[in-house]
Design a protein around this ligand. Structure first.
Ligand code: MN
Length: 207
């Protein structure tokens, strides 16, 4: 026998645990930044989503489906923003790992070279996109039928709504780096690429 209370509980979205301890990304990303970013910002998107979805047709619907059904619909902007930010942040945590960085190997490296000419050309394009993104947003390595591409998106948007497959992301909202490097976004992006980016995760996401 399932009570109404149980049904309400199972329809909720939950904050995913970090795949590493809060201090594991230091010194590039401090424990203080991670605590605010995961414990306050990411949690805030989940809490907002649950509040907005409660007693609507979106209650209990998986994030990807909410994102697909609400993208580019002004009437659903608030729930889209919360659901997409919830998804983006879960993907961001997995795009990083302690002692990551460097270069990918195997099939992913071959695909990067085929799409960008060289790893260095890809990296240059990613850093340029991250610094060119005006205001809050995200930079991504994503895949579509033409190959791999660097994509930058504003606010809560992601390659999912462009019909592309995200391989990895770097959050370039100020809350991701301001406590650590203030306005030096390029320093943060370069340090993430050198030390934290999770190429194994990106390779797993290849179509
Ligand atoms: Mn963020």
């Amino acid at each position: 026998m399932i009570s109404n209370e149980t049904i309400d509980t199972i329809s909720l979205h939950f904050l995913p645990m970090l795949p590493y301890p809060e201090n594991a990304l230091e010194p590039v990303i401090s424990m203080k930044t991670i605590r605010f970013h995961h414990g306050r910002h990411h949690r805030g998107y989940i809490d907002n989503l649950n509040r907005l979805a409660e007693r609507t047709a979106f209650a209990g619907v998986p994030l990807m489906e909410i994102i697909a059904e609400t993208a580019s619909k002004p009437d659903h902007a608030a729930i889209f923003n919360s659901a997409s930010q919830a998804w983006n942040h879960a993907f961001y945590w997995r795009s990083l790992k302690p002692r990551g960085g460097g270069k990918p190997a195997g099939a992913l490296m071959n695909r990067i070279e085929a799409s960008f000419g060289s790893f260095d050309a890809f990296r240059k394009e990613l850093v340029a996109a991250a610094t060119a993104q005006f205001g809050s947003g995200w930079v991504w390595l994503a895949e579509d039928v033409e190959g791999l591409k660097v994509v930058k998106t504003a606010n809560a948007d992601s390659p999912l709504i462009l019909g592309m497959t995200p391989l990895l992301t770097i959050d370039v909202w100020e809350h991701a780096y301001y406590l650590d490097v203030q306005d030096r976004r390029a320093d943060y992006v370069n340090a993430v690429l050198d030390n934290l980016i999770n190429w194994d995760f990106a390779a797993e996401n290849l179509v």
